[in-house]
Design a protein around this ligand. Structure first.
Ligand code: C2E
Ligand code: CA
Ligand code: CA
Length: 766
């Protein structure tokens, strides 16, 4: 259940996406796709090289013309002279001069280098000392050559798949740092060991080139060389200096040196931006997606995906580096797929007519099946009290769990197909007509739910009411509504079940209109508060009173609170009423204590109010006004409040107690809580419900219950009030049992404040 809730939550796709993205980044699994994307981007951005660098190619034609490689070095001397004359800016060689050749030849070459008016750059390269050695050495041109030349490293380092994608700014060998050829030609500096990506959007075939033999023979136009940076190197296949690069196939080593120089010259940022940034963007997109409708989500996924694809293109276009986006794309696709899949499962379930949370068939299914049915039967609805509180407090899946346990119990008592027709309501069809077998059926159902149900390690007393309505296949939906209405009616009348009748429709309207009249009734003074004394048995005097609301309706007369309070609770109007009663109670407490007749006043607080922050803050505000001592107020909170929402109820009660308000557990004995459980609550008093007190005279077991309750409550530090004390006999018995307070008609009926004082005045504590 808990796991299911995590999977169904809105943030789960974000976690999933982050997980996928991180896995792809860390394992490097997306690198291949990222490289393929880079090739596509390069082809989009493909552009020619600048004409700043010129490759003088030792090509097949030159090799054929000048037989016998390596050529005598005087040939290179001649090439230097030719290029000087033509006005080259720099002359670089990507040719190995580390071994001596014929001395005279070497000397001629050295002399030409020395005589060159422009810088001559010769190559160095790093290599292993021997095939099996780990030691690396730098191969340098002959000392006589390097005396007059500048040196640059020409190592090319392919990736593990053999392709060349990056290039060093400088290379350190044996502690000696050396700029790379590309960096030197581009006049760029860079730290040793730093690699930068070669800009493979430059078409290598567009690099200006002249055949070596043409240079040697002076068959080139001067303007192709004047002011240019010249690199002389081998492109002939037989010389073997060739490497594959992404998107362009195999090209020569010197061409790679020049591509690198072009990259640096264009000022491309060598930065590889962190793929986590793209992942962050993808997760933000998904987060935005969780708040959208399905169609917007599809649009977002498409636009977001394209934006992620375009992001590195933009970076590369503005020379701001590059970024791997495949991890982010994988995350976006994974997250979106989850969201779409969850949505599909959900809507599929709905179309099929299944309630998603419980898996029970839903109202749609029930209606469809009823329309086909042609039989005499009754529709029965079950409404679960306190469901909304439970679901708010513990989450809808806990509510669903409770429903499923209720379904188990109903099944065990012989009901087979059960539908969830509303959030807090179940329904099923019984093979009987109205008026038939009601007592037997409902007796069985009610007793199947008598024992508390365990949900999330809590014992929950199921507060279920049933309603029964005639089943009319042609009006299936109306039958369901009727059964629900009958259940609501049963609750209001304090019954376990009821049959639907046509009068109910009227009474429902009446109740609804009553709720609408509340504000006007409070303003008109139709609603007022009666005070009923609580007798302090030990001190023999009245020391407290309970405020009980009254409604004198101009048309309907006195409406009992049990009739309208449940309606107000359902309509969310109970806060207004409670504050109204509280204000009257505080006025009276202030008035009486000013006349030095301090009397504690108890106000009834509906359980749902405890979880409302507005309630607690309204109370705090009122007490801050300082019109009465908080100790003059008692809040009576019904026992079941604490058992259904233990955590938040406890929290609210603690806050009220901290404000100095006395707390009392009302209706003790009607719920499932034990005294040892209640002792954890910050309450000072328990009120034994009048049903037990009234039953004392007839039933010995109730007497024993009251007696043991009083004893145990005292041991736990509670004061005890007995409610419903109607005669002297009960009063005497309670005194003998050690009960602290008695409340009931024998002591005094609920009365308006003035009458209360007139009749009770003498019995008040001075
Ligand atoms: P409760 O809190 O259990 O209140 C005690 C009920 O017992 C009152 O009924 C009272 O008139 C009645 N009663 C008092 N003495 C005797 C007696 O000797 N014998 C018998 N048979 N009954 C006695 P009432 O005033 O009709 O109130 C009914 C319920 O309405 C209360 O039960 C309480 O739960 C609720 N209620 C009343 N006023 C308010 C209010 O301001 N706010 C809220 N939330 N609920 C209220
Ligand atoms: Ca009460
Ligand atoms: Ca009571």
């Amino acid at each position: 259940m808990r796991f299911g809730r995590v999977l169904g939550s809105k943030i789960f796709p974000l976690f999933l996406a982050a997980l996928i993205g991180a896995a792809v980044i860390i394992t490097g699994a997306g690198a291949g796709v990222d490289r393929a994307l880079k090739i596509v981007r390069d082809s989009v951005r493909a552009h020619p090289a600048s004409d700043r660098f010129v490759l003088v190619e030792i090509d097949a034609r030159s090799l054929r013309a000048l037989e016998g490689w390596p050529w005598p070095r005087s040939i290179h001397a001649k090439a230097i002279q030719r290029l000087n004359t033509a006005g080259a800016k720099t002359i670089a060689f990507d040719v190995d001069f580390s071994a001596p050749s014929i001395a005279a030849e070497d000397e001629k070459f050295a002399a030409a280098i020395n005589a060159s008016a422009v810088p001559v750059i010769l190559p160095t390269f790093r290599q292993y000392a021997s095939q099996h050695s780990e030691e690396e050495i730098e191969s340098l041109p002959l000392p006589m050559l390097r005396n007059y030349a500048q040196l640059a490293a020409v190592n090319i380092i392919p990736d593990s798949d053999g392709l060349v994608r990056s290039y060093p700014s400088a290379i350190v060998t044996g502690g000696v740092p050396r700029p790379s050829m590309g960096a030197m030609l581009a006049n760029a500096s860079g730290s040793a060991g730093e690699q930068f990506p070669i800009d493979t959007s430059i078409d290598p075939a567009s690099i200006a080139h002249i055949s070596y033999i043409d240079v040697l023979n002076g068959r080139f136009s001067k303007k192709d060389v004047a002011g240019k940076y010249i690199l002389i190197g081998a492109s002939a296949i037989e010389l073997g200096d060739r490497y594959p690069i992404p998107g362009w196939g195999v090209i020569s080593g010197p061409a790679i040196q020049l591509l690198a120089a072009e990259t640096l010259r264009a000022g491309s940022s060598p930065l590889r931006r962190s793929p986590w940034i793209a992942l962050g963007l993808a997760i933000s997109l998904l987060y935005a997606g969780t708040r959208m409708r399905a169609r917007q989500q599809a649009l977002l996924a498409t636009v977001g995906g394209c934006a992620l694809l375009a992001l590195p293109l933009g970076l590369e276009f503005f020379h701001m580096g590059s970024m791997a986006v495949v991890p982010a794309l994988a995350a976006l696709i994974g997250g979106m797929a989850w969201i779409a899949g969850a949505e599909a499962v959900r809507s599929f379930g709905e179309i099929r007519g299944t309630d998603q949370l419980t898996g029970l068939p839903n109202r749609r299914t029930l209606e469809r099946e009823l329309a086909l049915a042609d039989r005499k039967a009754a529709m029965i609805a079950l409404r679960l009290g306190g469901y909304a509180d439970l679901a708010t407090l513990l989450g809808p899946s806990r509510g669903a769990e409770l429903l499923l346990r209720v379904v188990d119990r109903l099944r065990a008592s012989g009901i087979d197909t059960i539908y969830r027709i509303e959030e807090n309501s179940l329904a099923f069809v019984a093979n009987q007509t109205l008026g038939e077998a009601a007592e037997e059926l409902f007796g069985r159902l009610v007793s199947s739910l008598a024992a508390p149900i365990e949900v999330a390690a809590r014992q929950i007393k199921v507060d279920a009411v049933f309603g029964r309505a005639a089943l009319d296949g042609t009006q299936a939906s109306a039958s369901i509504d009727h059964a629900l209405l009958a259940a609501d009616q049963a609750r209001e009348q304090g019954r376990a079940w009821d049959d639907h009748s046509s009068e109910m429709e009227g009474s429902r309207d009446w109740r609804i209109s009553l709720a609408g009249e509340l504000d006007a009734a409070m303003a008109a003074g139709e609603i007022w508060v009666a005070f009923q004394p609580k007798w302090d048995i030990k001190r023999n005097r009245v020391s407290a009173a309970e405020a009980l609301v009254r409604w004198n309706h101009p048309m309907r007369g006195l409406i009992p609170p049990d009739t309208f309070i449940p309606t107000l609770e359902r309509n969310g109007q109970i806060l207004d009423l409670t504050l109204y009663v509280l204000d009257r109670a505080m006025e009276q407490a202030a008035c009486w204590s000013a006349g030095s007749k301090a009397i504690n006043i108890a106000v009834n607080i509906s359980a749902p109010l405890l979880t409302k922050p507005e309630f607690i803050s309204a109370i705090t505000d009122r007490l801050a006004e300082g019109t009465i001592q908080p100790g003059l107020l008692t809040f009576e909170i019904t026992e079941s409040a604490s058992i259904e929402n233990p955590e938040s109820a406890l929290d609210a009660m603690q806050r009220l107690a901290n404000l100095g308000i006395r707390l009392s557990i009302d209706d003790y004995g009607t719920g499932q809580s034990t005294l040892s459980y209640l002792k954890h609550l910050p309450a000072r008093e328990i009120k034994i419900d009048k049903s037990f007190i009234l039953a004392i005279m007839e039933n010995r077991s109730d007497e024993a219950m009251v007696r043991s309750t009083i004893d145990l409550a005292h041991e736990l530090g509670f004061e005890v009030v007995a409610e419903g004390v109607e005669n002297q006999t009960i009063f005497d018995l309670l005194r003998e049992m050690g009960c602290d307070y008695a409340q009931g008609w024998h002591v005094g009926r609920p009365l308006p404040a003035n009458d209360f004082m007139a009749t009770i005045g003498q019995a008040l504590a001075a």
